[in-house]
Write a protein that binds this ligand. Structure first.
Ligand SMILES: *Cc1c(COP(=O)(O)O)cnc(C)c1O
Length: 391
């Protein structure tokens, strides 16, 4: 099929829910992608946060190939080894607790919301934050503090109070006897790469302890080494009550999970919540390979090193180009806030073979694979600089 025929098929048969870039990709390896004309691209936003190991990591491919030939799927009323192993690995690396497997970030957050309501026994309000993003299903959307995603889909489920991010007084004012939890991303991804203050998070933990509320950390984008620790909450010296993971967990395969601390994990009993595909042998094998690879290839300390290098270069760029308003982020999650619209910048970068993202209109987002090299960072930044120079 030719490129134009592919576009036609999309136009005729696929709902137009995505703003699309007119590129057709056929192959990926590490931080590189090739399009249908065999043009090579450097990918600094692999899979919108899915590609922490880059494209088609050999260890993930190997695990998937092996599992595919044994057992692809088995329903959750039976047992299988990959799920048992993966759950243990996740708990060993996070905090004592239990997991629930599902398939997407929205679903994991949905599970956290349902869990909170059961836990609350009548308390059901969850405090969430402006510019947050928790997914597109109705409850996750209601938790998302961005009107633009919500218009047209009302009435949204009740029970969410959205307050200003990093504002502890706003949180205190929103508390009521119906409050059951506080839900946030420690670095708001879609919302513009906004980093939660340490004092703010410590204070949230304190409030949750005092009032028996659940501190729910959405690690869908920040998890799995993105910020230089396996989970972003580990930078803050707190233990959440619940975390949700998705994007990078399966190395490209759809797997997500909600992790709940041990003391309350049996709040949900048989029949209360489910997901047909959740935690199948195939996706669990992929996720096991991801966790193992992060450890074996020492990608956490490596991401810290490469992150320092990247942010050093971005700070230099900021000094040179006044149209950069602020550079922020952690590890290999970088946001570059511009004084101008980011979309044309992204388009020019793509023309020059560099894939990046723009979120919140003016924030360029770079989230390269954790195994990115210095040479690749140099290359990406020289393309970006060239484009900024012309802007
Ligand atoms: C992407 C994202 C989600 C939604 O994940 P899906 O897999 O698209 O449902 C939820 N929370 C955060 C922080 C995200 O970045």
């Amino acid at each position: 099929m030719k490129k134009e025929d592919i576009f036609d098929n999309y136009k005729d048969y696929i709902m137009p829910t995505y703003t699309k870039v007119p590129l057709v990709f056929t192959k990926g390896k590490g931080s590189y992608l090739w399009d249908i004309h065999a043009k090579k691209y450097l990918d600094f936003f692999p899979g919108w946060g899915v590609g922490n190991l880059g494209h088609c990591h050999p260890k993930v491919m190997q695990a998937v190939r092996d599992q595919v030939s044994k057992l692809i799927f088995i329903a959750n009323n039976y047992y299988h080894l990959p799920q048992a192993k993966l759950a243990k690995e996740i708990i060993y690396r996070s905090f004592p607790g239990k997991v629930f497997f599902c398939n997407s970030g929205a679903e994991a957050n949905e599970a956290a919301i349902k869990f909170s309501r059961k836990f609350g026994r009548g308390r059901y309000e969850i405090i969430t934050f402006e510019d947050s993003f928790h997914g597109r299903t109705l409850a996750a959307l209601a938790a998302t503090g961005q009107k633009k995603y919500q218009v047209g889909f009302e009435p949204l489920p009740e029970g969410f109070k959205t307050v200003k991010f990093n504002d502890i007084e706003a949180v205190k004012n929103a508390l009521s006897d119906k409050t059951v939890g506080i839900m946030l991303e420690l670095i708001q991804g879609e919302g513009g790469v906004n980093v939660a203050d340490k004092d703010f998070v410590l204070e949230l933990r304190k409030i949750c302890d005092e009032k028996n509320l659940l501190l729910i950390i959405d690690e869908v984008q920040t998890g799995l080494g993105r910020t230089g620790k396996l989970f972003c909450y580990q930078h803050y010296g707190i233990t959440p009550d619940i975390i949700t993971l998705a994007k990078a967990l399966g190395g490209g395969l759809p797997i997500a999970t909600m992790v709940v601390k041990k003391e309350i994990a049996d709040t949900l009993s048989p029949g209360m919540h489910a997901s047909t595909f959740g935690g199948s042998p195939l996706v669990c094998r992929a996720a096991l390979a991801v966790l193992k690879t992060i450890q074996k290839e020492k990608l956490l300390s490596y991401a810290v090193k490469m992150g320092d290098y990247l942010f050093g270069k971005l700070d230099t760029l900021k000094e040179k180009y006044p149209l950069i308003k602020e550079v922020r982020g952690k590890g290999l999650m970088a946001g570059i806030e511009l004084n101008i619209e980011g979309k044309p910048i992204v388009e020019k970068c793509i023309e020059k073979g560099l894939l990046i993202n723009c979120t919140h209109d003016k924030v360029l987002r770079l989230m390269p694979a954790l195994n990115i090299t210095k040479g690749q960072i140099n290359k990406a930044l020289s393309v970006l600089e060239e484009v900024l120079k012309g802007a």
